[in-house]
Design a protein around this ligand. Sequence first.
Ligand SMILES: Nc1ncnc2c1ncn2[C@@H]1O[C@H](COP(=O)(O)OP(=O)(O)O)[C@@H](O)[C@H]1O
Ligand SMILES: [Mg+2]
Length: 258
Amino acid sequence: MPFTIAVAGKGGTGKTTLAALLIGLLKERGAGPVLAVDADPNANLNELLGLKVARTVGELREETLERIADLPPGLPKEQYLELGLQECLVEDEGVDLLVMGHGEGPKCYCMVNHILRKYIDVLRGNYRYVVIDNEAGMEHLSRRTTQDVDALLIVAKPEPISIRSAKRISELAEKLKLRVKARYLLVNDVPGELSLALEEELARTGLPLLGLVPHDEGLFRLALAGQPLEGLPADSPAKRAMAQILEAIGEPQRAMDR
Ligand SMILES: Nc1ncnc2c1ncn2[C@@H]1O[C@H](COP(=O)(O)OP(=O)(O)O)[C@@H](O)[C@H]1O
Ligand SMILES: [Mg+2]
């Protein structure tokens, strides 16, 4: 099974940016293949990766329910979903992307979700890494649309409110009994040194601090121009920090040993 990293945190903390940086680093090091999963209904990981999305898993789920009565004879819904999932997968060199899309409406999705989970699990088996960009509520993790996680990175801004919010997300992960091997805190967009008050706030989370990602002008400029992160210079401070963070998770050493 692949090594699965999920990135969580309140909106605007930098989840998508950091997930895209991790994916880029794994790709550069040839540590893949990587399956990138965008599990935020407000999906934009594809833009940072410079990929176009044809269809989301949410759209496939809705379509399947709408068409279930008039599926062509001989095409059972299992097969329809399996083929549909292949179409949802955006394939690129070293990285494939699956966009989960919008959440669910009032219909009954159990059967479709059950089949989808099965095929997503089969799909996962093809990769060395899975990197999941989550929404704050972690709906997909709690519904197990996305399965076991080796490292949950909870991202916060260097502000007390944001750190407390990260703590709540961590508690939610515990309450939901998510199958997460390790939870870490990551502070992003750090302008300089952390204040003593903030360090105390960090200690109160009880979470191991995996690293600090500095404010990065290059990231800021790319975001302004709406460009993918591959345009980031090699000496980008945020990218360097994420490389250290990858080491701290214990990867990609493991991948290189293989
Ligand atoms: N370390 C950083 N330095 C500069 N800008 C950053 C940094 N991290 C994130 N940003 C910017 O902050 C904004 C929000 O980031 P994003 O990754 O979309 O957050 P989220 O996915 O958590 O909502 C984006 O414009 C992004 O470019
Ligand atoms: Mg995001």
